[in-house]
Design a protein around this ligand. Sequence first.
Ligand code: RB5
Length: 153
Amino acid sequence: MKIAIGSDHGGYEMKEIIIDYLKDKGHDICDFGTKVCESVDYPVYGKRVAEAVAAGQHDLGILICGTGVGISIAANKVAGIRAVVCSEPYSAKLSRQHNNANILALGARVIAPDLAKMIIDEFLAAEFEGGRHQKRIDMLSEIEREQAASNTH
Ligand code: RB5
């Protein structure tokens, strides 16, 4: 799979661990930074990964900050992005199957790297089920269209 990954300083260390883990599994990983431990701003990296995923350059994205919260909020500002923060595998699996989530956000100060790997495995293995769930995804897209239209008035 082609996977875009990014983090702020809070997620930097875990990002490096996850990149190695996913490369070992044969995935094609694109690292959008940060590439330093110094304090940076999570919206920058959330936006970068979200734009790359929304443009179809990558199958899925992974974002990591201290809690996963700030960086997922940033990603969700980009049209077409459905980013989810998960701290356990069940939600990660269901977020793909039911919500067609395209970015997984993790909190490096919340979960240990081994649990992060389990969550990522479930997220990558699961597929969107479509059917009754498609209508709800279409409704999310409609909210985006309405918001974009109201911003132009
Ligand atoms: C950075 O200190 C921290 O606020 C950030 O990594 C993240 O947890 C924000 O949601």
